[in-house]
Design a protein around this ligand. Structure first.
Ligand code: GLP
Length: 220
């Protein structure tokens, strides 16, 4: 990990723990993947140093695979990288796989306060693939081949990469009061330029973020 990536990961972690310190019942939209791993390490460290109280926080996974082993699930990822290290009640670990009406659940808790995103090689956010309309809510989707190819390292064989997932929609994400996007490395530079260089383009779902008034893009 370069020093810059570590600094940005710590900055994102500081924003996340500060959100909880300011509002102990914060609702967080949480990503998975390679990019946020270091951020979660900093979150766990800062939480322990601060004695942060997670008992009233609600965590909402952005997305998850469908029809795969639990070991490969994003819920397991969040359990291993965050949940098992903090005092978050089990009832507050939300995942779109577990709820028929995720958007209503989010609304019932008062809406997302802070959502952390990555960006896919094809410009997707969460699992909103190219062509997803702005007026999209939590839904089941078919993964496109670019996404499946990016995810194959997490599976014993590329043929085992799921073909379907469930994801917060574009409108679900845009409803968050604040958003942080983490994007590191040469492989993300091109897609960031496409996402934030030409206004809204449904072919690059991340471009919808230009419509939001409180987005921080943390990139090296
Ligand atoms: C998956 C996740 C996204 C994540 C993307 C990039 O598609 N659904 O939420 O942003 O992967 O992951 P990485 O950070 O490993 O590049």
């Amino acid at each position: 990990m370069t020093e810059k990536k570590d600094e940005l990961s710590e900055l994102a972690a500081q924003k996340l723990v500060e959100q909880i310190r300011k509002k102990p019942n914060s609702n967080l939209g949480l990503p998975t993947g390679r990019t946020p791993k270091r951020m979660y390490q900093h979150v766990v460290r800062l939480s322990q140093e601060m004695g942060l109280d997670w008992s009233k926080v609600h965590c909402f996974a952005l997305d998850d695979y469908l029809e795969t082993l639990e070991d490969y699930s994003f819920q397991k990822y969040l359990e291993q990288n965050l949940y098992q290290h903090i005092d978050l009640p089990g009832t507050n670990k939300h995942n779109p796989r577990f709820h028929d009406d995720y958007d209503r659940l989010i609304d019932k808790h008062g809406g997302l306060d802070l959502t952390v995103l990555g960006i896919g090689a094809n410009g997707h956010i969460a699992f909103n693939e190219p062509g997803t309309p702005q007026a999209s809510y939590t839904q089941c989707i078919w993964l496109d081949e670019i996404s499946r190819n990016s995810l194959k390292d997490g599976f014993p064989d590329a043929s085992e990469v799921p073909t379907k997932a469930v994801t917060m929609g574009i409108s679900t994400i845009l409803s968050s009061k604040s958003i942080i996007m983490l994007a590191f490395g040469e492989e993300k530079k091109e897609v960031l330029k496409r996402a934030f260089g030409n206004g809204v383009d449904p072919a690059i779902p991340a471009s919808f973020l230009v419509l939001h008034n409180n987005v921080s893009i943390l990139t090296d």
